[in-house]
Design a protein around this ligand. Structure first.
Ligand SMILES: *[C@@H]1O[C@H](CO)[C@@H](O)[C@H](O)[C@H]1NC(C)=O
Length: 208
């Protein structure tokens, strides 16, 4: 048994046209025994940055508080909001600091990055459990259904999707991938971040 599969759960983030989407399932398990269908794995880090934390449930709870602390420290020191790329490096160094006794989490981030011209550029990234960053131009996946998420996303994703189309692509990718994974599912949550609003939708899923 891998510790990364103890509680189950999966997250995916996708890039669209001047928007990003991030989605997770809602299951919490004790291996194959389902415990909850309301276990949140995506947390807002700012108005424009969302963080998904699939992995060991105790570390989800620990790390979301740890990142809240480190983000507040940054905001107070710098007197400005953090940018997604900077936040990704904060996530990376927080995990690498525990290199020899890691948190069992593989974070996925999605956000809109402010450009010098004032426009917003989509940003997504993911890391492994010791903070090795993976910047992607299309989508990033993590969790127990990651292999299935890769497969479905490769088939459904296309460049420059508008927010509503990106929502549908991201939601269907997640829903169909977790149906092939016993450790993920039991409902889903999808966030679409655009320059002037964030759309959050809770979806029902198969309960078998
Ligand atoms: C998970 O289930 C096993 C029995 O299958 C039990 O022994 C163990 O205490 C449970 N773990 C938790 C954290 O509840």
């Amino acid at each position: 048994m891998s510790i990364m599969e103890y509680n189950g759960g999966s997250v995916i983030a996708m890039v669209g046209k001047e928007c990003v989407a991030i989605a997770s399932d809602l299951r919490l398990g004790n291996q194959s025994l389902g415990i909850s269908s309301h276990f949140q794995k995506i947390f807002p880090m700012s108005d424009r940055i969302y963080l998904g934390l699939p992995g060991l449930a105790t570390d989800v709870t620990t790390l979301k508080e740890q990142f809240r602390l480190r983000l507040n420290m940054y905001t107070i020191k710098e007197e400005r909001e953090i940018e997604p790329e900077t936040f990704a490096h904060l996530v990376s160094s927080t995990l690498y600091e525990r290199r020899f006794g890691p948190y069992f989490i593989e974070p996925v981030m999605a956000g809109l990055q402010k450009t010098p011209s004032g426009a917003y550029k989509p940003f997504i990234a993911a890391t492994d459990l010791i903070g090795c960053l993976n910047f992607a131009k299309d989508f990033v996946v993590a969790g127990t259904a990651s292999t299935k998420l890769f497969g479905v996303a490769e088939g459904l994703w296309e460049p420059d999707l508008e927010p509503e189309d990106l929502f549908e692509t991201c939601a269907q990718t997640l829903l169909n991938a977790v149906d092939r994974d016993a450790y993920s599912g039991w409902g889903a949550e999808v966030y679409v971040v655009t320059k002037d609003k964030v759309i959050k939708r809770t979806l029902k899923g198969r309960m078998d």
